[in-house]
Design a binder for this molecule. Structure first.
Ligand code: ZN
Length: 153
């Protein structure tokens, strides 16, 4: 009986250690926050080398509701940003202010309000070296301030 419990404890410890290592080795998840002050916490993001996929986690640290001060994280080529943002306004909040099936959108999260978060995972094979990419919030009026560059590491 003692041996059996010892084995169980050993197994649980082993599982904890291995999952902890897996988490530590995963630099392919990047976090960014947004606020009631209509700002992102970063103006540039670098996708680490060797990530086949990258996950962007967007949090809203404020308290204003989604309809008043909602934020999303949208990624396009730099040249596509203005048009995608403009057309996203027409798509409305139910479409996360992103035109449905817009091929120019590489990835986007949902629109989140204060205290909420959302994440999106995409293949880095969608990004080309030497191309300029921008992330921005497509909530109406936000993309002039809430934007930044994304580059491959
Ligand atoms: Zn916003």
């Amino acid at each position: 009986m003692i041996k059996r419990n010892f084995f169980k404890i050993g197994l649980v410890t082993l599982l904890c250690i291995s999952s902890g290592q897996a988490f530590a080795a995963d630099g392919c998840t990047m976090e960014i926050t947004s606020s009631d002050a209509m700002q992102f916490s970063k103006t540039s993001m670098k996708v680490p080398k060797g990530c086949a996929q990258v996950t962007i986690k967007l949090s809203h640290t404020g308290s204003l509701p989604r309809a008043a001060m909602g934020h999303n994280w949208v990624l396009t080529k730099a040249d596509d940003m203005a048009a995608v943002a403009a057309e996203g306004i027409g798509a409305g909040i139910d479409s996360q202010y992103v035109k449905p099936d817009d091929a120019r959108v590489i990835a986007h999260t949902k629109v989140v309000g204060g205290g909420e978060s959302d994440s999106v995972t995409f293949e880095t094979s969608k990004l080309a070296a030497g191309e300029s990419y921008m992330f921005f919030c497509s909530f109406p009026g936000h993309s002039t301030i809430m934007k930044g560059t994304l580059t491959l590491g």
